[in-house]
Design a protein around this ligand. Structure first.
Ligand code: RIB
Length: 297
């Protein structure tokens, strides 16, 4: 069983299904409203746990009703929460999400996620030392992202940096990551490059191994030499929210099987995730993924 530690955000997703996106100053009637657990850190932890990993989540919730619900949901998934902090004077993170035509737009208010500190990470260093992989994203303070990269490097534990939402990062931080997993736009932002540049060229410019996600087209990965393509799996798309998180969670779980197999499984898990509503709603269990993969070439 893979041991995965996730350092990241925990949000309550406030999801509105609408016929299309509203423009500035416009009011639209939506079709449906849901309150579902999300946050890139929590999503990646749930994805990895459903695929059979032993998962610890290092993060923070607020002292509010959302916080209590989010904690219960993570407990039900069997995720270790010994390093989950309840912050007394902050609300839980929220994400206001509009889903229209299978696409989404998201506004995150970090709340307690802004209080995930390097000290909290250091306190989890024993769990991290014995992990097979560490996942970190960028909805928590950047100093904690840097501390995660440095700690993983110091302990010899592979850190997967999912640079979302993207910001430009120092090259020396990127060199500490075992893999960086952006989409094309995020990779350009990370490197301070033009997002219209060819993504293979952007991958060549990166100072670290890159696994680049391309939505329904699948993923490209490059350690040394030329980039390799893992095609996507065709499915009927309901909601793409959390597809990248499912990809990252699965990548961490299957990394010990080698990068090509891990990327293939991650693409398959992400494909399954978009066939149901909500960031965590479509994340597959290990059995479901394996059975589904036997029907694909
Ligand atoms: O990646 C999807 C996630 O981004 C959502 O669950 C939302 O909470 C935001 O963090």
């Amino acid at each position: 069983m893979a041991r995965v530690v996730v350092i990241g955000s925990i949000n309550m997703d406030l999801v509105t299904l609408a016929p299309r996106f509203a423009g500035p100053g416009e009011t639209l009637l939506g079709d449906r409203f849901l309150t579902v657990p999300g946050g890139k850190g929590a999503n990646q932890a749930v994805a990895a746990a459903r695929l059979g990993a032993e998962v610890t989540l290092v993060g923070a919730i607020g002292d509010d009703a959302f916080g209590a619900q989010l904690r219960e949901g993570l407990e039900r998934e069997g995720i270790h929460l010994g390093h989950l902090r309840r912050v007394a004077d902050a609300g839980s993170g929220t994400a206001s999400i509009t889903v229209a035509g299978g696409e989404n737009s998201i506004i995150v208010v970090p709340g307690a996620n802004a209080r995930v500190t390097p000290a909290q990470l250091e306190a989890a260093s024993d769990v991290i030392r014995s992990a097979d992989a560490v996942l970190v994203q960028m909805e928590i303070p950047l100093e904690t992202v840097e501390a995660t990269l440095r700690l993983g490097h110091r302990l010899g534990v592979p850190v997967i940096l999912n640079p979302a939402p993207a910001q430009r990062l120092p090259v020396e931080w990127l060199k500490l990551a075992r893999y960086v997993t952006p989409n094309q736009h995020e990779l350009a932002t990370l490197l301070g490059a033009d997002p219209n540049d060819d993504f293979r060229e952007l991958m060549r410019q990166a100072p670290c191994p890159v696994v680049l996600t391309r939505g329904g087209e699948g993923a490209w990965y490059r350690e040394d030499g030329e980039a390799t393509h893992q095609p996507g799996f065709a499915v009927d798309v309901i909601d793409t929210t959390g597809a990248g998180d499912t990809f990252n969670g699965a990548l961490a779980v299957f990394l010990h099987e080698g990068l090509p197999q891990a990327v293939r499984n991650a693409c398959a898990a992400a494909a399954l995730s978009v066939t149901r509503l909500g960031a965590q709603g479509g994340m597959p269990m290990l059995d479901e993924l394996n059975t589904w993969l036997t029907t694909r070439t």
